[in-house]
Design a protein around this ligand. Structure first.
Ligand SMILES: C[C@@H](O)C(=O)SC[C@H](NC(=O)CC[C@H](N)C(=O)O)C(=O)NCC(=O)O
Ligand code: NI
Length: 133
């Protein structure tokens, strides 16, 4: 078995694709409209689905926002430099909710940003050693 994707419901598909591709550098891998059930799926990621897990964005036609509730945590992305990534995201109108700095109780540099739908994304700075803490 292997992890295939994480599905996020989005309120505006073009806005979400723009953010994940232009701001976070992902690739739009495939997109599918379902006329019968009135929804669109977009699969995005940093590598082909055959090589690694991706995000599945789901847009229900006519639904522009969701209550994310208190259960959702975050998705995590590895970056070379968390502070530079935050600056880039801020310059593209993104929302930085936790500036880059060492994780509490650890040494790995992390930051948190939000995507256009308010989903939190953790930016974890790449380390020479394998672990993220
Ligand atoms: C393609 C595969 O990865 C899927 O996840 S399709 C699963 C299917 N999705 C939908 O019907 C999308 C529209 C639906 N209204 C929704 O918002 O999920 C599905 O069964 N979804 C139900 C679910 O609970 O995920
Ligand atoms: Ni799915």
């Amino acid at each position: 078995m292997r992890l295939l994707h994480t599905m996020l419901r989005v309120g505006d598909m073009d806005r979400a694709i723009e953010f994940y591709t232009k701001v976070l550098g992902m690739t739009l891998l495939r997109k599918h409209d379902n006329e019968e059930y009135q929804y669109t799926l977009a699969f995005i990621g940093y590598q082909p689905e055959s090589e690694g897990a991706v995000l599945e964005l789901t847009y229900n036609w006519g639904t522009s926002e969701y209550d994310l509730g208190s259960a959702y945590g975050h998705i995590a992305i590895e970056v070379d430099n968390a502070a530079e990534a935050c600056e880039r995201i801020r310059n593209h109108g993104g929302n930085v909710v936790r500036e880059a700095g060492p994780v509490k109780g650890g040494t790995t540099v992390i930051a948190f940003v939000e995507d256009p739908d308010g989903y939190k994304i953790e930016l974890i700075e790449k380390r020479a050693d394998a672990h993220n803490f």
